[in-house]
Design a protein around this ligand. Structure first.
Ligand code: CP3
Length: 338
């Protein structure tokens, strides 16, 4: 069993396995080098020759317990024929959603469009370096995907989701889109598992934007469908409902195998409240400061979760400004902690 599976299945607490969200990315010079000659991010994600290489870049440097496939949550809207672009200093930019086109999309067409992602997972999972490690497949949660498809850009830039979502679309329309999105997220999960993903993470990056009254409809029920589906394929599932008001309630209702916490969550309080395995938490900004501060903060998490099944990770992705040496330091610190 891999170290992460031992934490999930056997609830082991002796050593924390470690991996990072955005462990393959711009903080690595070898990634930036590839990116320079591949300006189109979607095409890069669909290049099955290069994505396995990028996926393995952090594993070649650090003693990590998992590879997360180099792809993006917005590959699903791309698979659904919505235009998706990534603009420099702007982030994702999506085309108008053509409701009729999306409702009519065939499974074969979607599978064909995303085939390189699945081929890349197959290549990565067969690479010697991932032996006894997990290969993590992932999807965006239905709510977060809905936000991008309808808001058409990061809600960081435009936070009035009423204006772009709830006032603009009829409830019946939102339900139809959500239903289609859930259907294809399930297909995407299954395809990743069939090609070697041994763990699935569901990213709900914009859970914190939603009014609590709407949690059941847009967060809990749609996520439960994906969690139950993944479990039925005998693969554990990690949920990251970032900035959700009540992680405990989320866990009780949705029942993921693992929950990833964000850096606004008090680790001490959550370790008492939640009994299932926990992942992450440390503020990625701490990795930009001095090493003594990092050591203090990382050890704080390790001590708090000493007797709790815990997977070391951050409270969000590695920032592009991070020095790879800091990641190296942190991995060794976690591995040597007793
Ligand atoms: O290493 C890994 O974590 C695997 C690959 C991965 C990427 N995106 C690569 C990526 C994963 C798991 C994601 C998830 C993702 N993508 C999320 C959920 C997690 C989160 O960050 O909240 C979201 C919301 C997206 C959508 C997305 N993709 C945004 C908003 C951006 C632009 C902002 C940014 O960080 O640049 C991306 C681009 C993106 N996805 C990059 C990478 C490495 C940067 C691409 C580049 O410019 O080189």
């Amino acid at each position: 069993m891999t170290p992460i599976h031992r934490v999930i299945k056997n609830k082991t607490t002796s050593i924390s396995p470690i991996w990072f969200m955005r462990q393959a990315g711009r903080y690595l010079p070898e990634f930036r080098e590839i990116r320079k000659s591949n300006p189109n991010f979607i095409n890069l994600c669909l290049n099955e020759k290069i994505t396995p290489e990028i996926t393995l870049q952090p594993l070649n440097r650090f003693n990590l317990d998992a590879a997360i496939i180099f792809s993006d949550i917005l590959m699903v809207p791309h698979g659904l024929n919505q235009k998706v672009e990534f603009k420099k200093n702007y982030g994702p930019s999506l085309g108008d959603l053509e409701l009729k086109k999306i409702l009519e999309i065939k499974e074969d067409e979607f599978n064909n469009k995303l085939l390189p992602v699945y081929k890349a997972i197959d290549i990565v999972s067969k690479n010697e370096i991932t032996k006894n490690k997990d290969v993590i497949g992932f999807v965006g949660a239905p709510w977060t995907i809905l936000v991008y498809m309808l808001n058409k850009k990061s809600p960081k830039l435009e936070i009035d989701i009423n204006k772009t979502i709830f006032d603009k679309f009829k409830e019946a329309e939102l339900e139809m889109i959500l239903k289609t999105v859930i259907k294809f997220l399930k297909i995407h999960i299954k395809n990743q598992i069939d090609n070697g993903a041994s763990l699935i993470q569901i990213f709900d990056s914009w859970a914190g934007l939603l009014n609590e009254k709407l949690y059941s409809k847009y967060i809990f029920n749609p996520t439960i469908e994906l969690v139950e589906f993944t479990k039925s394929l005998n693969v554990p599932v990690i949920c990251f409902p970032r900035n959700i008001k009540d992680y405990k309630r989320f866990c009780e209702v949705v029942k993921p195998d693992v929950v990833n916490i964000d850096y606004d969550v008090d680790p001490k309080e959550i370790s008492n409240k939640i009994k299932i395995p926990i992942q992450g938490g440390l503020d990625p900004k701490i990795l930009l400061g001095d090493i003594a501060q990092l050591k203090k903060n990382a050890i704080n998490y390790l001590k708090i979760f000493k007797d709790h099944p815990y997977i070391f990770n951050l409270g969000h992705g590695v920032l592009p400004e991070t020095d790879p040496k800091t990641i190296d330091y942190l991995v060794k610190l976690v591995k040597d902690f007793k």
